[in-house]
Design a protein around this ligand. Structure first.
Ligand SMILES: O=C(O)CCC(=O)N[C@@H](CCC(=O)O)C(=O)O
Ligand SMILES: [Zn+2]
Length: 343
């Protein structure tokens, strides 16, 4: 039986409640911890925690942490569930307002990246496009945007959003983060330190705004947002959770409002890349010349043809570029990969 039966009914924890009720339209449920922290289950997979006003919030911040935007990226889901259980079991006290999100419960049940449409292409209003009309994932994107908007309005502290993922391909750099594009923005030192604390030693700077969850929260809510890639996609039960201790410890420290620890080698230096080109499936006899099994951060020398179609031939120019997220299996108009180079 869960510690908070009002929140999770007969399920043992947040994750099992989310999987059991994945497609249910449950009403909001609210309860209060003995220490005065208010908790609301806004919908299946969405928990809003508000510590009492008297609680000191030393980092003066509010946090949104999401996982399971892609249903088969299970390790970050297990990490968030474990942190939620610790908090609900009273193992530590929450210092800051916190919104925890498991993004796509029906896809989590199916063990799939998504069911009808890739949820992480439906934010920043993209859910309103006619081609997504009536799809549950479009409704979920709209709901999550609204939940984040309300959270940001209720808690005007500095807002950070970490959207946790794992990658389809192996990677020469196992853990890396993406910083959504917002004009004239520079990554704050404190965020670099947090990424290193989480054992994420590589950062990619996006070159234009997109329709991802982190792009929405940074562009429209003014959050410091990051998509964080923590390893490789594996089914529930097959993750080596030791490899995710870094992010778990770093998030727990932020939730508790503690100071950032001193940097420890090898996580004392962030390597930064910039995105120079987003490869899109143009549909016009589009051909992608990268093999299916290539690892993220594989480098290509100048002159390599990466893709071509009826109108364009994209060739690496001047200095080497590396590929991230190669995936030819996407609908026309969607991303097939990113080309990056060191900053
Ligand atoms: O490994 C892959 O090809 C995809 C892993 C993943 O889901 N990545 C995110 C990145 C989002 C971003 O660009 O910020 C995605 O593709 O949605
Ligand atoms: Zn993902």
């Amino acid at each position: 039986m869960a510690a908070y039966p009002d929140l999770f009914e007969s399920s043992s924890d947040w994750l099992s409640h989310t999987l059991t009720n994945a497609s249910a339209d449950l009403p909001e449920v609210k309860t209060t911890f003995p220490d005065g922290t208010r908790i609301s289950r806004k919908s299946v997979g969405v928990l809003h925690f508000s510590p009492p006003a008297r609680r000191v919030n030393p980092n003066q911040e509010a946090l949104i942490v999401s996982a399971g935007i892609h249903g088969n990226e299970t390790a970050p889901i297990e990490v968030l569930n474990a942190l939620a259980s610790e908090l609900l079991n009273g193992e530590w006290q929450l210092a800051c307002p916190l919104l925890l999100i498991l993004g796509n419960p029906p896809a989590m049940v199916a063990g799939a990246r998504f069911l009808d449409a890739n949820l992480n292409r439906l934010f920043n209003g993209a859910h309103d496009r006619p081609e997504y009309d009536g799809l549950p994932e479009a409704a979920r994107a709209q709901f999550l945007e609204e939940a984040c908007r309300q959270f940001a309005m209720a808690h005007p502290q500095a807002l950070s959003h970490y959207d946790l993922h794992t990658a389809i391909r192996p990677s020469h750099r196992e853990k890396f983060a993406l910083y959504p594009f917002v004009a004239d923005r520079k990554v704050p030192e404190m965020q670099c330190d947090f990424l290193l604390e989480a054992e994420v030693a590589t950062l990619l700077l996006q070159h234009k705004a997109g329709t991802t969850f982190s792009s929405f929260s940074s562009s429209l809510l003014g959050a410091e947002s990051y998509t964080v890639e923590l390893g490789k996609v594996r089914p529930f039960g097959e993750n080596d959770l030791h490899r995710f201790e870094g992010i778990k410890k770093a998030l727990r420290r932020r939730f508790c409002g503690e100071e950032s620890p001193a940097k420890q080698p090898p996580f004392n230096h962030l390597t930064v890349f910039e995105v120079v080109h987003e490869i899109l499936n143009t549909g016009k006899n589009f051909q992608f010349h990268i093999p299916d099994d290539v690892a993220n951060f594989t480098e290509y020398p100048p002159g390599t043809v990466i893709w071509e179609d009826d109108d364009t031939c994209y060739r690496v120019e001047r200095s080497p570029q590396a590929i991230v997220f190669p995936n030819r299996d996407v609908p026309v108009g969607q991303r097939v990969g990113l080309m990056i180079r060191p900053q």
